[in-house]
Design a protein. Structure first.
Length: 209
């Protein structure tokens, strides 16, 4: 490891202790979210740290290797979206330990990648719960920015999400619901399409546009 990167990594890990929130970390453990280390540092504090260090590919890579909640979240924040490859993203997704990190990966990094739609559609078709959560989270973010796929992509999104809303996993159901909700908010026509599919399944439709 580059000595400069090594020193930055040590500095970051030391900085977590003063920001520790024992209540938050304990709550996560009680909910089954287990990391080797979890300081319970608030997202806002991590964002400030990310802004301080700036975008840094090599530091992000080393941070991700640490089985520490805060290190993984920081890695998603400081990884330059234009430098990470699809292969590295797939490795990170495979190594994602929790719903929180899956959502952070989608929110902080994946939504900004040129190949984000390709990953999202691959992941929502996966049998892996965290992949599905990340995939639907990415699509939801893209829809919020008005980035909608072609008709085939829209139909695939709706079909997969409707199926996921009957999944045994609450996080998957919630992610799929949020994704459809964001799609319905793009325009009145998309709202009609989404609500038509929901109505046929006997679920509650989204409100008027």
């Amino acid at each position: 490891m580059n000595p400069e990167i090594q020193e930055k990594l040590r500095e970051i890990k030391r900085s977590f202790r003063p920001l520790m929130n024992g209540v938050t970390s304990q709550s996560m453990r009680e909910k089954g979210v287990v990391y080797h280390l979890n300081w319970g540092v608030a997202y806002t504090d991590l964002r400030k740290m990310a802004d301080e260090y700036g975008k840094d590919y090599h530091l992000a890579i080393e941070l991700w290797k640490e089985n520490i909640r805060e290190c993984k979240i920081l890695a998603t924040m400081i990884m330059p979206s234009e430098e990470i490859s699809p292969e590295v993203v797939e490795i990170w997704m495979e190594q994602t330990p929790s719903q929180e990190i899956a959502e952070m990966l989608a929110f902080n990094l994946i939504q900004y990648l040129d190949f984000a739609p390709m990953l999202a559609f691959k992941w929502i078709s996966s049998t892996n719960e965290l992949c599905q959560v990340a995939g639907y989270s990415v699509l939801a973010r893209l829809f919020m920015k008005g980035e909608v796929p072609d008709d085939r992509g829209v139909n695939e999104t709706i079909d997969q999400a409707m199926s996921a809303m009957h999944d045994s996993s609450m996080p998957v159901r919630h992610a799929a619901y949020t994704c459809l909700n964001r799609l319905s908010m793009v325009s009145e026509s998309y709202q009609r399409i989404v609500n038509s599919a929901i109505r046929q399944s006997g679920l509650e439709i989204f409100g008027s546009f």
